[in-house]
Design a protein around this ligand. Structure first.
Ligand code: SAM
Length: 217
């Protein structure tokens, strides 16, 4: 079988066996997960594990999240198609690509320059023109383009960073793992009348958000 066909088949299987049975129901999210070539975002030597039911190392001590967690966090944003979103923790660029399939403009911040550069190259090669990247402490958000309809933080934080709450638009959703350094709760905050309504989704394990409004190290 031709290589791309093989990976397309793997994506189909990933959606059928990992996402639908665990309750991911938003058809547009499932479609994006079937479409984006996750194998392009993982290191060359892990390409055959790209669609496995787990996170994978991407270098610099960081990871590309498990497919289910990417789908769940995306579904939690409740995207309709024209939103402006901020991602904190670009990592491999995979989550940004999924968001770019489902909304208008994506801004994504990564603190590790090498990862951001690699993610930018892959996203460009895949033809994404609605993703803007920068290297910075994303716990400060990206004030220049705020407010955002959706903010997704793909690293675990001790608390909700104040700048991110401020940069969320009225009616917008902030999806973030909050808790300890080794395990967190996935939390969805929705801004209603200027206040944040909080909903806890499930337990999760993310690498730490390192920055002024996250962990020190
Ligand atoms: N979303 C990524 C993907 O699709 O591959 C996975 C991200 S990985 C689980 C978490 C990322 O957050 C790491 O690349 C890490 O360097 C980054 N990170 C940690 N603290 C950060 C901060 N303060 N600002 C920006 N990025 C940060």
């Amino acid at each position: 079988m031709d290589k791309e066909k093989h990976f397309e088949e793997e994506r189909r299987r990933m959606v059928q066996t990992q996402l639908i049975p665990r309750g991911i129901a938003d058809e547009s999210v499932l479609e994006a997960m079937r479409k984006v070539p996750r194998h392009r975002f993982v290191p060359e030597d892990l390409i055959e594990s790209a669609y496995d039911d787990c996170p994978l190392p991407i270098g610099e001590g960081q990871t590309i999240s498990q497919p289910y967690m990417v789908a769940l966090m995306t579904e939690c944003l409740g995207l309709k198609g024209d939103e402006k979103n901020l991602e904190v923790g670009t990592g491999s660029g995979y989550q940004a690509a999924i968001l770019a399939e489902l909304s208008g403009q994506i801004y994504t911040v990564e603190r590790v320059e090498k990862l951001s550069k690699r993610a930018g190259e892959i996203l460009k090669a895949l033809g994404y023109i609605n993703i803007q990247l920068k290297v910075e402490d994303g716990s400060e958000g990206w004030a220049e383009f705020s407010p955002y309809d959706g903010i997704i933080v793909t690293a675990g934080s001790p608390d909700v960073p104040e700048p991110l709450a401020e940069q969320l638009s009225e009616g917008g959703r902030l999806v973030i793992p909050v808790g300890g350094c080794y395990s967190q709760e996935l939390v969805v905050l929705e801004k209603k009348n200027g206040k944040l309504e909080r909903r806890e989704v499930c337990g999760c394990v993310f690498v730490p958000l390192v920055g002024r409004h996250g962990w020190e190290k």
